[in-house]
Ligand binder design. Structure first.
Ligand code: GLN
Length: 355
């Protein structure tokens, strides 16, 4: 089991950086040290390697065939340090983890407030593909989509991107994910075909949203691009990079390119805190305390704003569709490093205030 520590300096976005022995400057104030990150990651990996709870998603037939024993973790700090362990080069489908990044693109194009008004930003409390939630929101005169991180909101987000045709819509999505990841990403054809052949429920959602006038164009086009988006292949380092781009407030820490504005990055993280782990998002906020997003491919990325992102991958899911080992590993790392955004650093008591 190899722990790779990769230096940011000189790293190309396309190829992973090579391990280096060159001395590096100490981390910026407030950031965990290399040793702290590495030992937290190592501990999370070792403690959870033997966990076999949960099972692969099987409603998308190709996901049922993925080796359930795969397990990898990557951490990427805002100052560009990369740490990874386990099956870190293994490609898997991004699935719902793509949703916040496409929502960020839509906020950049359409405006933050417009996305709030049109797609909503509240938790649905229901499964990610709930149709009941759409109807309930509609009844309550809220945006029927709920928020951009459930299927309804995500399909509508794709359908509302500026694009003259289906190809342009797909390029917009793929380029957005690539800008966050710092490299060109590609779609996994097998996953796409499998999902496209079986996504009858998502088709109903897209048609319903057309009826409710949330998708301006062709709902089948929005659904197809959404299905492609979910089939994009990533590894844990890509996910950590995508998360770290939000952790910096919108700048990719390795390419140095601004991908979204600080305002959009902030709101994207807020969405992830509200709805990143489906109906278990409240428990996740309570127990771990960081914005995160999961996907039924088995990946999860979590962001400690201003510090680092941690991504983990393991295909076995719990009832809500969240990877069991990825949740445990991230919980362990964030807990050990004190990363909850709700935790106030304790200073030595200054004594009673005198006036
Ligand atoms: N492509 C999947 C779907 O639409 C994404 C769901 C997920 O990862 N939760 O069902």
């Amino acid at each position: 089991m190899a722990v790779a520590v990769l230096a940011a300096a000189g790293a190309s976005a396309q190829a992973p950086a090579q391990p280096t022995t060159r001395p590096r400057p100490p981390p910026a104030a407030g950031l965990p040290t290399d040793a702290e990150l590495q030992s937290a990651m190592q501990r999370a990996y070792t403690a959870n390697k033997g966990v076999t709870e949960g099972k692969n998603a099987d409603y998308i037939p190709a996901l049922a065939k993925v080796d359930p024993n795969l397990f990898g973790i990557a951490i990427l700090t805002v100052d560009g340090r990369v740490f990874s362990i386990g099956d870190t080069g293994q490609a898997f489908s991004i699935q719902s983890i793509s949703k916040p990044f496409v929502a960020a693109k839509l906020m950049s194009e359409m405006g933050i407030q417009q996305v709030e008004e049109k797609l909503g930003v509240n938790a649905t409390g229901e499964a990610f593909n709930s149709i009941e939630a759409i109807e309930r929101n509609k009844e309550a005169k809220d945006p029927p989509t709920g928020n951009p991180l459930v299927n309804a909101g995500a399909i509508a987000a794709v359908g509302n991107l500026k694009a003259a045709n289906a190809d342009a819509r797909w390029s917009s999505v793929l380029d957005t994910l690539g800008a966050f990841a710092g490299r060109n990403l590609v779609m996994d054809q097998e996953i796409y075909k499998s999902e496209a052949a079986t996504n009858t429920r998502n088709r109903s959602i897209a048609d319903l949203l057309k009826a409710y006038e949330v998708i301006p164009g062709n709902p089948a086009e929005a659904l197809d691009v959404y299905t492609r988006q979910c089939s994009v292949a990533v590894n844990v380092k890509d996910l950590a990079m995508m998360g770290a781009t939000l952790a910096t407030g919108g700048v990719n820490p390795l390419t140095g390119k601004r991908v979204v504005s600080p305002d959009v990055a902030e709101r994207t993280l807020a969405l992830m805190m509200t709805a990143g782990l489906y109906e278990d998002s409240g428990a996740w906020a309570f127990e771990v305390g960081v914005p995160a997003k999961s996907g039924v491919g088995g990946g999860i990325v979590a962001v400690v704003p201003g510090k680092y992102a941690v991504a983990a991958f393991s295909p076995r899911l719990d009832e809500a569709g969240n990877s069991v080992r990825a949740q445990k590993a991230i919980d362990s790392i964030v807990g050990e490093l004190g990363g909850s955004v709700f935790r106030v650093a304790q200073r030595p008591s200054p004594g009673p205030t005198r006036r």
